[in-house]
Design a binder for this molecule. Sequence first.
Ligand code: IYR
Length: 253
Amino acid sequence: HSNIVVKPVKSESANEQVDEVKDDDQQFPEDQEVLPIVFQYEKPSEVDSIRRSEEFYLRMNQRRSVREISSDPVALEVIENIIKTGGTSPSGAHTEPWTFVVVSNLEMKQQIRQIIEAEEEINYKQRMGDVWVQDLQPVGTTWVKEYLTEAPWLILIFKQVHGFKQNGQKKIHYYNEISVSIATGFLLAAIQEAGLVTVTTTPLNCGPSIRVLLNRPVNEKLLLLLPVGYPKVGATVPDFKRKPLYDIMVHYQ
Ligand code: IYR
């Protein structure tokens, strides 16, 4: 692990500029110029880089979508570290357009489960169509989702379709869905590194009711839901294989 310490560098001219804008009325942090700082970085040896990349791959390759999650508790601090990792994701124009709602309250989990199972029953029986339901056969999913009440934590990932400036005006969140999807990849990796399991779920048509239930503002749209915990003892997963490198990597040299 490398110690990355980022210290803000304030030049004379930068301080002058800040003083200048202070005299103007209504200057807010996001309107202020962001100054470059020196990137703190330590180059690893090639051997270390190969070793670290391989070790990370081997751990990530153990990740599976697990739907049988035990109700054993997971410390809040672990969840906080996972969310902090999600928050290190890049985002369009550094707008950080995500809200991670974590739910450990049982009654709230029960209400979320009720909303999702009711909608998913309609999804599976009507909206998705025969081909989609057929394609999901090997995954083994239905509209019944025990993990929604059994997992100690639910992480509900909201994309902020726009933000707000200090003066209340809308702030454009560029590429908000892509940004939040990338952040979700970071979350999945962090969950794996913490020795926990999850399944990436997309509660189709449930966004509005869940947003209202959780009392979230209208600029937040539910993108994904991750139940997080330890796997149940003897949990099973489909015997999926991953594509080999030569099927996913094309090298032009
Ligand atoms: N959102 C539904 C259906 C579903 C869709 C796909 I594509 C999956 O890979 C798995 C499930 C559900 O969560 O059951």
